[in-house]
Design a protein around this ligand. Structure first.
Ligand code: ZN
Length: 339
């Protein structure tokens, strides 16, 4: 039991005590904790174990995590999100250069009275050591995530918000943070600048995904400028996310296919702030005189934005601020587009 408690405290230290605060470690199954993330406090029931030998004579390909024993089920705590995770920081066969946290789906195992196992492929663990984040979908369809500790808060936040983080985006964020260049086996790196950068960058991925989902929902998953669905749409900010005072609110977003997103980002299309009709940059109109594909692009674009849920109708001010922010790029706009 002491070993289990030590492990929980170690996980909290790896993540950062200021981020993952253990309120009451109890007997460690679960410990009660608060995750401080993005000015929110998430109450957690934390079920933690370690990854060991696979026990299926498959030690070359997988590691195993188990609940403490028969009749020691995972039982959720009212008002708290259950988080089930394993720490991989030592291994009889492999060199562990940096600790990896593996998350499992707690709901799948809720209340199971047997001794159960959850596995993690060695290849995914090794990937996570190299890139900071790697995911694996098990034969039963469970999504298993392996990550450096700095990413755990964003992973839990994504679960609570039912958002899936894209592996490539997370890996790119980790690489840019410099976290992987920290000396191997460094002591607890929870407060290093690179860990902070990785944490912030992954929070922002959660924010982006949350924003995109809200905007796409409001447009039924269709492009506001052409109506295409087919999971080809993205959330685009009107007043850009990078600009001062930009808000991730649905009324500052458009659901756009990749083509219209790029055209919008490159100032080739614009929307009237109030009447919401769509106009094209003179270059596009000129190209359409001779280039049938440019003509097809114009013809494939609606004359005005698709209707959307009331909560997401773009606020005219968002367009005004966009056009003012990129003033030089929008010199071609008709005069009635500004204030
Ligand atoms: Zn489109």
């Amino acid at each position: 039991m002491t070993a289990r408690i030590d492990r929980i405290l170690h996980v909290a230290a790896l993540v950062g005590h200021d981020v993952l605060e253990i309120e009451d470690v109890r007997d460690g199954w679960p410990a009660l904790a608060t995750l401080h993330v993005e000015r929110m406090q998430l109450r957690l029931a934390l079920f933690v174990g370690s990854l060991g030998s696979g026990g299926r004579r498959r030690d070359d390909v997988e590691r195993r995590f188990q609940n403490p024993g028969q009749n020691r089920p995972l039982v959720g705590v009212d008002g708290r999100a259950s988080v089930l995770l394993a720490l991989w920081d030592q291994d009889d066969r492999l060199r562990v250069s940096r600790p990896i946290i593996v998350t499992y789906d707690a709901d799948r195992r809720d209340g199971l009275m047997t001794r159960w196992s959850a596995f993690a492929p060695v290849s995914t663990l090794m990937d996570a050591q190299a890139t900071g984040w790697a995911t694996h979908v098990s034969d039963s369809g469970e999504s298993i995530r392996c990550m450096v500790p700095a990413l755990l808060p964003a992973a839990i936040l994504a679960d609570v918000e039912e958002i899936e983080l894209e592996q490539l985006l997370v890996q790119t964020a980790v690489e840019a943070s410099g976290l992987l260049e920290e000396p191997e086996g460094a002591a607890v790196p929870d407060s290093s600048p690179s860990a902070l950068r990785a944490r912030r960058a992954t929070y922002s991925l959660v924010r982006d995904a949350r924003f995109a989902r809200r905007v796409l929902d409001a447009y039924d998953g269709r492009c506001a400028m052409c109506g295409v669905g087919l999971h080809l749409v993205q959330g685009a900010h009107i007043y850009p996310a990078s600009a001062h005072g930009s808000l991730d609110r649905p009324w500052n977003g458009l659901s756009l296919c990749a083509n219209h997103h790029l055209a919008f980002d490159r100032y080739l299309v614009a929307v009237h702030p109030v009447e919401r009709y769509i106009v094209f940059h003179p270059d596009v109109l000129e190209a359409a005189q001779t280039d049938p594909t440019a003509r097809a692009f114009i013809e494939g674009t609606l004359t005005e934005l698709r209707p959307c849920a009331a909560r997401a109708v773009p606020k005219p001010e968002m367009f005004h601020r966009r056009y003012a922010h990129y003033f030089d790029e929008y010199e071609w706009l008709p005069a009635n587009f500004s204030f």
